[in-house]
Design a protein around this ligand. Structure first.
Ligand code: AHR
Ligand code: AHR
Length: 523
C-alpha cells in the first residue's frame, strides 16, 4: 500500500489523542498563552511525556517550569556576602525563571546554586554532590557548587541562568523516589550548551549509583556530553552525545566507535538517552530549530554486564557515577521519565523546546571581538587608573593614564578584544602594543603572556563579561575559575572571589574593584 501521510497521522492521533493534541499545540506556538509569563495547558515537556504515557519522575530546570501547571520554586541560590539563601521561582504557572530575583538578591556579591528543585512533586531535588569513589580535584570533600550567574541565557525572550559546571562541580540525589531501578525502562533529555565541554570524566545527567561508587557495569544510565575518547566515541573530534552505562561511555552497540554518532556542537543542544529491557537509544538535535536525529537505537551493548541493567536510581548532574568530577558543561533543563518514551513523544518535546527559543545573551559592554578598548577602574580611589601591563615586567596592574601620559603607558593600557581563546562565547584581551601577548592569570595574578595550545593557558586567558557587580561597567569572570573575577587590589591585578582565601579576595570593595568601565582606547 502506498504511504499515506494523512492516513498514518489519523491512525496515530486515534491511537494517542492526548499526545496528538499536545503535539499540535506545541507546534502551534509552544508555551505561548495570554499571559506572556505562563504556558498554555498541556504544552510543556512533562505535560507531553505524561500524555505519551511516560510521565516525568524528575524535572530540573533553572530556566523555566517544565509543566504548564507548575509555578513553584525552580532553584535556590546562596550569596557569598552573608551566606543567606533565596529560592528562585517561576513567573507564573508554566512560566520562565524569575532571574530578576536572583540579580537583586546577588547584587554586589556572587551567588552559588545550592539546590535545583524537582518539579515532579517527588522531591528528587539535586544538591551538592557528596564524596564518592573517585579521588580527584575535590578529593574527600563535597563537589563544588555552580556559580549562579556564570551561564546567562535568554529563553522565550526572558533572561535566565543555566547551571555552569566547571571541573570539580557536581550535583546529586542518592535518595530518590520513582526513578527506574534494575532493568526498568526510563527516558531522559537535557538541554546543554554545545560549546561548553571538555575531555574529563564525566559530564552526565541521569541515573547513577546510590552510594556514589562504581558498582560495576550496568549500574548507571545517564546522558553524557563531551569529547572524552577513553571509552566510546563517534565521528570527528567530538564532542559527542553518549550514554554513561558505568565503566563505559557508549556511542552505540559496540564499546568503541559508532560511525552514526556525529560530533555535535549546537550552541543549544537537546541530548537524549533512553533505556529499557533489551533496548536503548541515543538521540539529539539542535534545541533552537529542527527535529531530533537518532544516533543509536537497538540492543544493549555488546559487552558483559549491561543486559539486564542494574540501575540504582540516584540522579547525577555534571559528574560520573563514582563522582568523577573532571568534566565541564552547562545544563539548562532536563527530565527523567518512568517508562520508555516513544520517539513521537520526544519529537513533541523537541518541538516545544524549539518553540520556547533558547538564545545566547548579547555581548556585554561593547566587548565584541575586534574592538579596541581600555578598562578603567571604578573604585573611588582609582577612577583615573586603567588595567595595563607593566612595561618593566609582564605583570598586570592599574595605574593612572591621562592624555599627558607617554605613548608607552597608553599602549600598555590598551587591549584588543578577541574571541575567547578557551571559550569563543567569552573574550580574551590581546595587548595593543605587544601583539600575540594576552592577559592571563597565573597563580591568580594577572600578567601578559604568549598563549600556547594547552587548554589551561587558553582558559587562563579567557574572561566572560557580565554586568558590573556595582551596576557600573562590566565584571570579567575567569573562564576556568568561575567564582573569580578580574580585580585590582593594592593596584596589582588578580582574579579574585568575594571573600575567598587570598588577601586579594578581601570582601571589602570587592564589588567596586571587580567593576570596570569599558572606555575608548588610549592607543
Ligand atoms: O562510565 C564512565 C565512568 O566510569 C563513570 O561515570 C564512572 O562512575 C566511572 O569512573
Ligand atoms: O591563576 C591560577 C592558576 O595558576 C592557573 O590556572 C594556572 O595557570 C596556574 O597554576
Amino acid at each position: 500500500m502506498p504511504f499515506s501521510p494523512t492516513r498514518s497521522l489519523r491512525a496515530a492521533s486515534l491511537a494517542l489523542p492526548a499526545l496528538a493534541l499536545a503535539l499540535a499545540t506545541a507546534l502551534l506556538g509552544g508555551p505561548a498563552s495570554a499571559d506572556p509569563h505562563t504556558a498554555a495547558a498541556g504544552t510543556l515537556p512533562c505535560d507531553l511525556y505524561a500524555s505519551g504515557g511516560t510521565p516525568c519522575v524528575a524535572a530540573h530546570s533553572t530556566t523555566r517550569a517544565l509543566y504548564s501547571t507548575y509555578s513553584g520554586r525552580l532553584y535556590q541560590v546562596k550569596r557569598a556576602s552573608d551566606g543567606a539563601t533565596r529560592d528562585i521561582g517561576a513567573l507564573g504557572a508554566g512560566g520562565y525563571a524569575d532571574a530578576g530575583a536572583q540579580d537583586s538578591f546577588c547584587a554586589g556579591t556572587s551567588c552559588l546554586i545550592t539546590v535545583v528543585y524537582d518539579q515532579s512533586g517527588r522531591g528528587n531535588h539535586l544538591t551538592q554532590a557528596p564524596p564518592g569513589g573517585f579521588s580527584g580535584p575535590a578529593a574527600g570533600g563535597y563537589d563544588n557548587l555552580a556559580e549562579a550567574s556564570a551561564a546567562p541565557v535568554t529563553v522565550g525572550g526572558h533572561k535566565a541562568y543555566g547551571v555552569f559546571i566547571a571541573p570539580g562541580t557536581g550535583y546529586r540525589n542518592n535518595h530518590t523516589s520513582g526513578i527506574a531501578t534494575g532493568d526498568q525502562p526510563e527516558g531522559m533529555y537535557a538541554i546543554l550548551d554545545g560549546s561548553h565541554h571538555n575531555g574529563g570524566c564525566c559530564f552526565d545527567y541521569g541515573n547513577a549509583e546510590t552510594n556514589s561508587r562504581d558498582n560495576g557495569n550496568g549500574t548507571m544510565e545517564a546522558v553524557y556530553f563531551g569529547n572524552i575518547k577513553v571509552w566510546g566515541y563517534g565521528t570527528g573530534n567530538g564532542p559527542w552525545v553518549m550514554a554513561d552505562l558505568e565503566n563505559g561511555l557508549f556511542s552505540g552497540v559496540n564499546p568503541g566507535y559508532n560511525a552514526n554518532d556525529p560530533s555535535v556542537s549546537h550552541r543549544f543542544l537537546t541530548a537524549i538517552v533512553k533505556g529499557g529491557p533489551g533496548q536503548w537509544a541515543i538521540r539529539a538535535g539542535n534545541a533552537q530549530s529542527g527535529g531530533l536525529s537518532t544516533y543509536y537505537s537497538g540492543p544493549r551493548p555488546n559487552a558483559a554486564g549491561y543486559n539486564p541493567m542494574k540501575k540504582e536510581g540516584a540522579i547525577i548532574l555534571g559528574i560520573g557515577g563514582d563522582n568523577s568530577n573532571g568534566s565541564a558543561g552547562t545544563f539548562y533543563e532536563g527530565v527523567m521519565t518512568s517508562g520508555y518514551p516513544s520517539d513521537a513523544t520526544e519529537n513533541a518535546v523537541q518541538a516545544n523546546i524549539n518553540a520556547v527559543g533558547y538564545t545566547a545573551p548579547a555581548p556585554v559592554g561593547g566587548l565584541t571581538p575586534g574592538a579596541r578598548v581600555s578598562l578603567r577602574a571604578t573604585t573611588s580611589c582609582c577612577t583615573g587608573e586603567y588595567l595595563r601591563h607593566d612595561t618593566a615586567d609582564s605583570n598586570a596592574a592599574i595605574s593612572a593614564v591621562s592624555s599627558a601620559s607617554s605613548s608607552a603607558d597608553k599602549g600598555a593600557a590598551t587591549w584588543i578584544v578577541r574571541a575567547g581563546l578557551g571559550d569563543a562565547s567569552c573574550v580574551s584581551f590581546e595587548s595593543a602594543d605587544k601583539p600575540r601577548q594576552y592577559l592571563r592569570h597565573y597563580d591568580f595574578r594577572l600578567r601578559l603572556d604568549t598563549i600556547d595550545n594547552s587548554a589551561v593557558s587558553r582558559q587562563d586567558a579567557t574572561f566572560c563579561p557580565q554586568a558590573g557587580h556595582t551596576g557600573q561597567g562590566v565584571s570579567l569572570r575567569s573562564a576556568n575559575y568561575p567564582g573569580d573575577f578580574v580585580r585590582h587590589y593594592e593596584h596589582a591585578a588578580y582574579i579574585a572571589g568575594d571573600g575567598g582565601s587570598h588577601a586579594w579576595d578581601a570582601a571589602a570593595l570587592w564589588a567596586d574593584d571587580t567593576s570596570w568601565a569599558v572606555t575608548a582606547p588610549w592607543a
